[in-house]
Design a protein around this ligand. Sequence first.
Ligand SMILES: *[C@@H]1O[C@H](CO)[C@@H](O)[C@H](O)[C@H]1NC(C)=O
Ligand SMILES: *[C@@H]1O[C@H](CO)[C@@H](O)[C@H](O)[C@H]1NC(C)=O
Length: 494
Amino acid sequence: MFLKKITLGLTCVASISLSVFALEENLVNEDYRADIIKGAFKYAWKGYSTFAYGHDELRPITNGTTDSRNGWGASIFDALDTMIIMGLEDDYLRALDHIKTVDWKQSLEPSKTFETNIRYLGGLLSAYDLKGDKILLDKAKELAENVIMPAFRTSNGIPSAYVDVELQPVGGEEIVLAEFGSLQLELVRLSQLTGDPKYEIVGNSILEKISKVPSRIPGLYPMIWNLDPFMPENTYITISGGSDSYYEYLLKTHILMEGKEELQLDMWKTAVGSMHRYLRSETHGGKVYLAEFEEHYKLLQSGELVCFMPGNLLLGARYLQNKKVEAFALELMNSCYDVWDTPTGLAPETWSWIDKSQNISFYSEKMQLTMSEAGFLSQDTGYDLRPETIESLFYFYRITGDKTYQDKAWKIFEAIEKYCKTTSGYTRIADVTNQEDVQPLNFEESYFFAETLKYLYLMFTDPSYISLDEYVFNTEAHPFKLSTPIQVQAKEFS
Ligand SMILES: *[C@@H]1O[C@H](CO)[C@@H](O)[C@H](O)[C@H]1NC(C)=O
Ligand SMILES: *[C@@H]1O[C@H](CO)[C@@H](O)[C@H](O)[C@H]1NC(C)=O
């Protein structure tokens, strides 16, 4: 596209060449950023391919390997659709060769139902949606039959946390909201693609069961549950890890099912109403975060994992044309982005703050200073190559058409380049507050390929490419094709 513009520019007369040049530069600039992000993927994939191919992850400092996801090659499954989207055909073909050889029954450890579902099943289904190679759907079906469906063979049909190599549900009675409560998107898509409704039925039956359990705060449920009898075990409510994708999937499953299931949307609306009413917390400096709840206390702490929520809220706001939810999404987006304003430009994993209803003079001088300067206090100072803020910036860019969100994402990418890059890939770091020594941690999550680099790349390609009108992304950033398009993307970008 920009090559055409350059040719056009060359034929221009001097008097208008300036404005053409500005336009041209803008276009060059966009392609240039997408290209650099593709370069980052290729760089990391080379390191993984050289030292860890077939293992779940590369250790990017020592060039060793880890197998934290059953050793089936999680990075390959997670990176598969990113390769397709970036047009990396050779890497894709090599990945297919690996995928053909994977035997789901071979594993040293039980399979974690949720992680296997979002990474392996999600990766296969989206690659199938994008490329149509039959082997992908065959493998997806095989995986569902061997590892996901057996999790539902419990006393009451609530999926177990793990499935062992004998295909028995294991993991005990303690289960986690995000893990049993967000399996629907993948199962629904599998039913749509195979024509067999059984996957969708078990997936959605979980939501029906949850909806019958009373909650102290309408629509918001504690993180830790008991499997049978099916009920929350304590009162700890968060939108962060352990709960996050449960809320995300209520909306997205409704969209993927073409709006046929009202229950999901009702549950999402109730949850969002309660987030606004009970969890929203504003600082004296005007930042807005989503707090947590335990017993009758509001806990003034949040984390990077919660930063997917502004994007999810904006998607729902535009889908439902709800201005109030849109305003809520925007204030959360701004505050999530502000948390990246650290010495390294990378967000801490978790932080805390003082609510404006509190008398700030009761706090230490240091805390008062921190609140007036940064607006939050870093707690866990690690950065795990996480994508959630970038993901929300992607929704904001695509849905509002405002290009300043691109610049924000680019700034984050530059910080990742500067502080997380190693000689063979990208690593987690332990301290985003210490420019001099970020303490690299020698671990490269497979979601870095699936989510972080994909959302970054799609911020700088043509917005009609993998449009939010045509795809819904699972929680691992694997896009599933919508049977009926929706209308959420901006018509103009400026
Ligand atoms: C890891 O591989 C890279 C690229 O080949 C190399 O530069 C680096 O020295 C290696 N590191 C170790 C610890 O072997
Ligand atoms: C906060 O507490 C201090 C010390 O008790 C008091 O002087 C001040 O008036 C309080 N401020 C507010 C806004 O209540």
